[in-house]
Design a protein around this ligand. Structure first.
Ligand SMILES: Cc1cc2nc3c(=O)[nH]c(=O)nc-3n(C[C@H](O)[C@H](O)[C@H](O)COP(=O)(O)OP(=O)(O)OC[C@H]3O[C@@H](n4cnc5c(N)ncnc54)[C@H](O)[C@@H]3O)c2cc1C
Ligand code: SF4
Ligand code: SF4
Ligand code: SF4
Length: 394
């Protein structure tokens, strides 16, 4: 029986950082793993009283399954009616509309922002529409949540609603921390492929800064200037220069999609990629959705939205005229998005790639260690591309 979280195997720790917030003795801190840069808990044995709280509230050790969720989610194809919001956000901009609704009701939003230097991400609080802007858009690096669960508990006493958005494991962590499902808490997660290490994000930004000769002042992981199905990545630098690369040429995207080189061990056996979900609402890209006359600007991005609970369905209904959409089924989502229920695999050269980041530039590491498709795979994707073109879905 584990005495405290330091006894858990690292491969099982998802990095939600709940154990730090729950510890009454302040005995838990988070330390980056030397090779991967992912954060893991370290326990100060001198402070630990062996109360067992961290073990009981760890969502990996005591899996969280909410009871008051629908057996099967209500599913929508949905998008914001504000084109700027669709472009700013990753899929259909539903996160921003949920956030706007929450702050317009006098509530608070807790979600993920980049750090000032774009080398990492963290969860923070927005109380106004302006404060929501940096929280929009997917950051594919693991966010720091140290202290956020305690702050959410505080907000729940002051604000209605409190909207918390994060990975499925962070949402599970929040419920585990609270041990409760307060009426004024609304949670949203997303279909989660996996999460990248802060070390790889830092090395990516370092490489771009080296290439462009100045500090990075803006980064967008998914830039939709050439369309949602044809996204790229972009960045801006202090000397006014700008970077844009299509997704198959951006080293960070290639590392993610060609071998998952820099993802966390726990993502290989994620217990929160399952149905029914814990969050009130699940957001995703509606990959593979057919063109439909009700959605003439499909290429600005379209969200798959799952209302997993009555609370979630009511909050989505309250978005009213700010969004449009129509009903779909879970099977429609699963067709284009296996990550809803299935774990990804990682290249067996991942640890070598992590080590190489210590001595080589990010783009060169990715070029050396990325997984390259075999002949059969190349033929299959060419056929898929041709079919898409012929059916007008590409
Ligand atoms: C790591 C990651 C993996 C994903 N994998 C998939 C996938 O496999 N399939 C799919 O369809 N969709 C995936 N998504 C979700 C998708 O990219 C969109 O975030 C989602 O569709 C919501 O889009 P939106 O337009 O409504 O709002 P957006 O503005 O794009 O949503 C942003 C919200 O996501 C949260 N967020 C962003 N980055 C992080 C982070 N690093 N950690 C925790 N929360 C974060 C923010 O708190 C913010 O609330 C993933 C997102 C992330 C961050
Ligand atoms: S057992 Fe209790 S005191 Fe020790 S680290 Fe865990 S929560 Fe803190
Ligand atoms: S999964 Fe979360 S609570 Fe459990 S040990 Fe890891 S960081 Fe701590
Ligand atoms: S795949 Fe699972 S463990 Fe990994 S970040 Fe997503 S929810 Fe957490």
């Amino acid at each position: 029986m584990a005495r405290n979280v330091a006894d858990f195997a690292r491969k099982d720790c998802n990095g939600c950082e709940v154990c730090g917030d729950i510890c009454p003795a302040g005995a838990v801190s988070f330390v980056p793993d030397e090779l991967t840069g992912f954060m893991y808990p370290a326990v100060d044995a001198g402070k630990c009283t062996a109360c067992g709280l961290c073990v009981r509230h760890c969502p990996q050790n005591s899996p969280v399954r909410r009871e008051n969720v629908f057996p099967e989610a209500e599913v929508w194809a949905m998008w914001s009616n504000d084109d700027g919001t669709r472009l700013l956000c990753t899929s259909g901009g539903i996160f921003r509309e949920l956030g706007r609704k929450a702050v317009s009701l006098g509530g608070a939003v807790v979600a993920c922002s980049y750090t000032e230097d774009f080398r990492g991400a963290y969860h923070t609080i927005a109380l106004t529409e302006d404060e929501l802007v940096p929280l929009c858009g997917s950051k594919y690096v693991q966010s720091s949540t140290e202290g956020i669960y305690r702050r959410v508990r505080g907000l729940l006493g002051e604000y209605t609603p409190v909207l918390f958005v994060g990975t499925p494991c962070q949402v599970a962590g929040l419920y585990s921390f609270l041990g409760d499902d307060p009426d004024n808490l609304i949670t949203a997660d997303f279909i989660c492929n996996s999460i990248n290490s802060p070390k790889s994000q830092a090395k990516y930004i370092e490489y771009l800064e080296d290439e462009y000769g100045a500090r990075c002042v803006f980064s967008r992981a998914k830039d939709k200037r050439h369309g949602w199905n044809n996204f790229g990545s972009s960045a801006k630098f202090a000397n006014g220069k700008e970077y844009y690369a299509p997704r198959n040429e951006d080293a960070r995207v290639v590392a993610y999609h060609s071998g998952h080189l820099f993802i966390r061990d726990s993502c290989l056996g994620c217990q929160y990629k399952t149905l029914p979900r814990n969050a009130d609402i699940t957001l995703a890209d509606f990959w593979g959705i057919e063109p439909d006359e009700r959605n003439p600007k499909l290429e600005l991005g379209t969200s798959a939205v799952m209302a997993n609970s009555k609370k979630g369905a009511d909050f989505l209904a309250a978005l009213g005229e700010s969004v449009s959409g129509y009903r779909k089924t879970l099977a429609d989502v699963l067709r284009g998005n296996g990550n809803l229920t299935h774990n990804v695999t990682r290249s067996n050269r991942s640890m070598e790639a992590f080590r190489a980041l210590d001595t080589m530039r990010f783009d060169r590491v990715v070029d050396r260690y990325r997984t390259r498709p075999g002949l059969l795979q190349r033929v299959k994707s060419r056929i898929r591309r041709v079919i898409k073109r012929l059916t007008g879905r590409g």
